[in-house]
Every structure is written in C-alpha cells, then in structure tokens.
Design a binder for this molecule. Structure first.
Ligand SMILES: Cc1cc2nc3c(=O)[nH]c(=O)nc-3n(C[C@H](O)[C@H](O)[C@H](O)COP(=O)(O)OP(=O)(O)OC[C@H]3O[C@@H](n4cnc5c(N)ncnc54)[C@H](O)[C@@H]3O)c2cc1C
Length: 190
C-alpha cells in the first residue's frame, strides 16, 4: 500500500514510523515544504541559547532515516484529487496514493498590527525564524515579545539568558492566560 503524508513535522514523522511498523511492506512518502530535515520546534529555545546546534533539533539524527522505508520529499501540496487519489504539488509533480494523511500543523497568528510585516519583526515558529532571531539577538539588544502564551513563555527564558533587554506585551490580564489562573500567572510574571 502507498501512504502519502503531507507535513514533515513531529505528527507526520511519528505517523510515518508507525505506519512502517504496522505495514512493513508499505511505501510511505512524506511531503514537507520546509527545507530542513524534520526537526522539533520544541528544541528552538535551546538553539537560541546555543545549547545545541541545528542538528540537535533534528527529530531523527541518522541522515539515512528518511531514505529507506520512509521517503521524505520536499514540496508544497497544492491540491488533492480525491477521485483519482493523487496529490498535486505546486511545482507540478503529482504523487499517487492509496491512503493520504494530512499532518500540516499550524502557523502563528499575526495580529492585524500595522508594520508587523517589517524587517526586524519575526515569529518564532520555524528554524528559519530561529536563524533570524539569532542573527540579531545580542547582549543588550532591545527585544519586544508580543504574546505571553505558552510558546512566548518558553522562548522568554532563552531571550533573557542571551542578555537581551526584554519587554513582554500581553493583551490578557496575566501571563499564559489560557493555561494559568490569576495566582499562577502572577507568580510567573514575578
Ligand atoms: C519555540 C517552540 C517551542 C515549543 N515547545 C513545545 C513544548 O515544550 N511542548 C509541546 O508540547 N509543544 C511545544 N511546541 C509546539 C510543538 O512544536 C507543536 O505542537 C508541534 O510542532 C506540532 O507538530 P505537527 O507535526 O502537528 O505540526 P508542525 O510542527 O507545524 O509540522 C507541520 C509541517 O507541515 C508543513 N506543511 C504545512 N502545509 C503544507 C503543505 N501544504 N505542503 C507541505 N508541507 C506543509 C509545515 O511547514 C510543517 O513543516 C513548541 C513550539 C515552538 C515554536
């Protein structure tokens, strides 16, 4: 059976490996649009403070891991012809499948703030974002972090420990407002 997975993040990778175990004779093709080998976004804070290098973020360290039972293809899935069971990529390639899994994850929301698309503004979601942050993150650099949610608070410590002069802007009345109550949100702020 040919399985195609769109998205090469943790969900796509674990699904691919699980399918290989359940159907050892099957073929698994994983299509991802990011240029890097599958990596863990969770490791980005450690990368920001140079605790690890980029390879340390990779989900699987063996470079041949995605060359045998699981084939990792770089490309962006544009459309699915469900009747023909074909996935179309933006570069014109098409991949036939018997079973298709969509594991395309999510993207950070950019609030409708004028200027948010400026040069020195970035999200912190991808390895590419991390590279941009690391290029400007220096001791004494003034950094404004919009959003004190779960991800914001995870990278907050990395930003501070690299010596940045950090200001956090949060529209809720406390830190991590969707996960913490007032008492714990206040403790974290302190
Ligand atoms: C800095 C940071 C720290 C985090 N720390 C934690 C933590 O400590 N604990 C925790 O539980 N979670 C953490 N997370 C969240 C965690 O990383 C995500 O929940 C996880 O990455 C989701 O995995 P996923 O495979 O579903 O999606 P993703 O990781 O988003 O992967 C989906 C992939 O699909 C690709 N894709 C999308 N559309 C297409 C398309 N049309 N064609 C081809 N490819 C496509 C995307 O580019 C992406 O590479 C953190 C996230 C960040 C950014």
């Amino acid at each position: 059976m040919t399985y195609v997975i769109v998205g090469a993040g943790p969900a796509g990778v674990v699904a691919a490996e699980t399918i290989c175990k359940l159907d050892p004779g099957g073929q698994v093709v994983m299509v991802g649009d990011e240029p890097d080998p599958p990596y863990s976004r969770m490791a980005i804070p450690y990368l920001l403070i140079n605790n690890i290098d980029e390879q340390g973020t990779y989900l699987r360290k063996d470079p041949e891991h995605f060359e045998n039972a699981i084939r990792h293809m770089h490309g962006f899935a544009e459309s699915v012809d469900a009747d023909a069971k074909t996935l179309h990529l933006t570069d014109g390639r098409k991949i036939d499948y018997e079973s298709l899994l969509v594991a395309t994850g999510s993207k950070p929301i950019l609030p409708p703030v004028p200027g948010i698309d400026g040069e020195r503004v970035t999200t912190c979601w991808t390895l590419e974002d991390a590279r941009k942050i690391m290029a400007t993150l220096k001791p004494g650099a003034s950094v404004v972090l919009i959003g004190a949610g779960f991800i914001g608070c995870i990278i907050l410590e990395a930003l501070v420990s690299s010596g940045a002069n950090l200001t956090v802007v949060e529209m809720g009345d406390r830190m991590v407002p969707r996960m913490l109550n007032e008492v714990s949100g206040e403790l974290l702020r302190e």
